[in-house]
Design a binder for this molecule. Structure first.
Ligand code: URA
Length: 193
């Protein structure tokens, strides 16, 4: 039987599937709602679907997603069990451009309702788009990643580099962006345990 949480999330997903509030609704193949475990303690928010996500309806399944999954697993966490994964906007922006303020705003209630339904212990803001949505447009990821905040009244949140950035930065040496991201994920693991 469907839990109350699943029922709430399915309702939000159905509303999202019908949404044509912005231009992205006209060009998407699929809405990309979520992946992972609605009972997870960690809710991760990315930017927006890319081509593979648009084709499959699943977030973070392309190259960046595969790297994110590897980093999560390298830290002894499970993408499937420990994370509920979603995006700032649910439809793919053409040519993978950054979503506009208006697109983010029109999509925001879906995200806020998702967060409320999942009720995570920690929110991971993955990359600049999601971090700016909650922490203000002036933030710089390299300055605030690894820091912890309270958002939406009282939910713990932290910031990590976006895996697309890490795809362009291969080094795993101490102090490198990939190394820092693993440290950030290990802190998140400590926090939920
Ligand atoms: N990048 C994102 O931010 N989200 C996805 O789902 C895929 C790539």
């Amino acid at each position: 039987m469907e839990s109350l949480k699943e029922e709430k999330l399915n309702k939000i997903k159905a509303e999202c599937t019908d949404c044509k509030k912005c231009e992205l609704g006209k060009t998407r193949k699929n809405i990309v709602f979520s992946d992972g475990n609605p009972e997870a303690k960690i809710l991760l928010i990315g930017e927006a679907p890319g081509a593979e996500e648009d084709a499959t309806g699943i977030p973070f399944v392309g190259r960046a997603g595969k790297l994110l999954t590897k980093l999560i697993e390298d830290c002894g966490l499970s993408r499937k069990n420990d994370f509920y994964i979603c995006n700032t906007v649910k439809c793919r922006p053409p040519e993978n451009r950054v979503p506009t303020d208006s697109e983010k705003q029109l999509c925001q209630n879906f995200l806020l309702n998702q967060i409320k339904a999942v009720n995570p212990k920690v929110i991971v803001l993955c990359g600049a788009t999601s971090a700016k949505s909650f922490l203000g447009s002036k933030i710089k990821i390299s300055q605030i990643r690894g820091s912890w905040f309270k958002i939406l009244d009282d939910i713990n949140a932290t910031v990590i580099f976006h895996p697309s950035y890490l795809l362009r930065n291969h080094s795993e040496l101490e102090g490198s962006p990939r190394w820092l991201t693993k440290q950030d994920l290990l802190k998140i693991k400590d926090f939920i345990n």
